[in-house]
Design a protein around this ligand. Sequence first.
Ligand code: 26M
Length: 804
Amino acid sequence: MGILKDTFKIDYVKKLTNKSGEDIEKTSNWDQYNALASLVREYLTSDWVNTNDRYNEKKSKQVYYFSIEFLTGRFLLNNLVGIGIKNIVEKGLKELGFDLEEIISVEKDQGLGNGGLGRLAAGFLDSMAALSIPGHGCGIRYNYGLFEQKIIDGYQVEFPDAWLKDRNVWEIKKLDKAVEVHFYGDVRIDSNGKYYLENTSPVLAVPYDTPIVGYKNDVVNTLRLWSAQVINKEFDFSKFSRGEYMNAFKKKYDVESISQVLYPNDSYDEGKILRLKQEYFFVSAGVQGIIRSFKKMGIPINKIYDYVSIHINDTHPAMAIAELMRIFIDIEDLSWEEAWDITLKVCSYTNHTILSEALECWHVGIFKELLPRIFMIIEEINRRFCKDLFDIYNKDQNKVNDMAIISDGIIRMAYLAIVGSHSVNGVAKLHTEILKNKELHDFYTIFPAKFNNKTNGITHRRWLLNANPDLSNVITKYIGDYWVKDALNLRELIKYIDDEKFQDEIEIVKQKNKDALADYILEHNGIKVNTKSIFDVHAKRLHEYKRQTLNILHVMFLYNKLLKNPDLDFVPRTFIFAAKAAPSYYIAKQTIKLINTVGDKINNDKRIKDKIKVVFLENYSVSLAEILIPATDVSEQISTTTKEASGTGNMKFMMNGAVTIATLDGANVEIHEEVGTDNIVLFGLTEEEVYELYEKHEYNTQAIIDEDPRLKEVLDQLKNGFLSEDKELFQIIYDSLVYNDEYFVLKDFDSYVKAHERIENYYLDRERWLKMCIINIAHSGVFSSDKTILEYASGIWEAQRVPK
Ligand code: 26M
């Protein structure tokens, strides 16, 4: 959209005065943000309306990305850039005496996700809009997003994330599009064999729509998040007279609890009924909404697969399969066979994990009570599937039980998702191979054509263009701005790899970003870091398999080394951690305490002359990542090989010119393929070695400790009073490493130490280091989520681009 600076200034002053009721000089930062965001929302409204009209007129196939999490972060900068008015706005504001950057930082993150899965969903929405693909998000409007983390006395303490406390400028409530979702009740079948659900407890699902702005293409798609409300007639005021006043409120409270809070776990957690309600709530509302708008087109329902694709992001929305079946059969009167054929064509599923404890299961008992008709349908899907298995496997009942969707009173949601979708994809090459050859091998044997890989990606607009404007400017100065439309063009940078001027500019930008991060650290942690030291960053959820423990043990080892020889030639290092732990994950929370305890000790030890600092940044979030990642020299991607499905942080760091220290896990494998062995620092067990260790049951931690005095020393320090008077404080970490080192921390320790030595040597060779950085940036384009989304669109959804 085009707008003149003076027009903007007039609009803005008017908006700011109207909204705040103050002279503009007297307005607060929040007033200024609120006015600017509201204005941008208004500016993009016509594109939003036109985009929908265009999709309707052309009857374009619509993709609906169903996800229980969307971790979008802030919108303002993205939207300003997307509608192409950022520069004008920045100048206009400056002339009015305001600073855009400051205003942008007022916005609260929309933190409706835990980590990788939710952030991936948000990035995919961004790419679909940028590519003019009619794709929309469907999820839950949680009143409270992921908890805010504070570090108190070294421990994680959780606080509620009241992100809706101030007005959410971006969303529009669509009361007229509300639908009812029915829980509990009795299933009745009439003489014609038609099913009815009676005596249910209905809940009103109210959609709130948020615009998803494309990149300078006039496209605005929609993220629709559902909020639970009590239905007016249920919240019955006539009950007042019967003394039911308080009960009426209890009912309201119970219903609204469905969309109250995001579950703060990022792997499976023992089946809670509220979680099951959340899943069915948004799935049923979303599917009903889709069918309602499809029917308005007047096309027969049995052709819906040509117009609609529903993508199931992990198993949480897998009930979409059964909900579609319910509507097709019970409401649209299709036969089972016809309904099943359509459902399969509409649905596709992405698997995000191979950790078996993370596979979602529900007890038949609670499921059947809460969702009786949905349960019946899943039972029937299972019955038919088992019948096929019985024939395929020559009446081998064990095999049938192994693969059944319902077995031993448990419903396995991944199996439902596989059976009910036409496509099943993993999120990195290695991950997909492991699914096909190990974890889901039996299903792959039966449905080989369903399985495919779609390596994850990240939006280069948020993570490079917007988060790292100085680097973007340098890139554009050398190769033009074609990379913004197609990130693969970043490859052109290779031409300048030997150009000293270019190398200098890359270095200057990194230094500037590091200086800014150092300021942030000083302000938030009170720690003064050496801005010339290597900024080594480990930022992601806290998990044993992600091995923050390996990192901190290595830091302890370096510290010991310096204590023994304080004058050692040593490249100064700043080790930065950022991670939230699930509130109920005890060992993960103790790991945070360990990192902070080690940090306190090292940071205050004069003997080592500030050669190492350890910083734990609290409340890792999208907006913190936007500061942290551009300032990183070394990206820690050190999960136990085979455990990280893909990782996406790895791609963000690479794109911002960090060098990765990595195991050959998840998408690290593909980063290695792109940059070559000289431009990534690999260490640790290979996939084969990991599986061999698991199979042979011969892993002997004691032998490793006996042979490695460095390791023995750091392990002893966990419990000999070196770190804390309370010798039991880290007992659980010690025990898990020494007696049950499931994630091979000890096995990979030596290799990790050596990898860090390599990092140190490369960094000392300034030119070599800068070339590594440049190669990483130049090859990061293949990890743009645009590429990923084009593969989903052609390979899974058969969705076309619908440009203006
Ligand atoms: C399940 C049940 C109850 C409560 C919460 C959950 C749950 C929530 C989030 C389970 C898993 C969740 O996310 C998993 C996740 O983020 N997986 C990551 O997905 C990324 C995107 O594909 C990958 O890059 C990461 O490797 C993978 O760990």
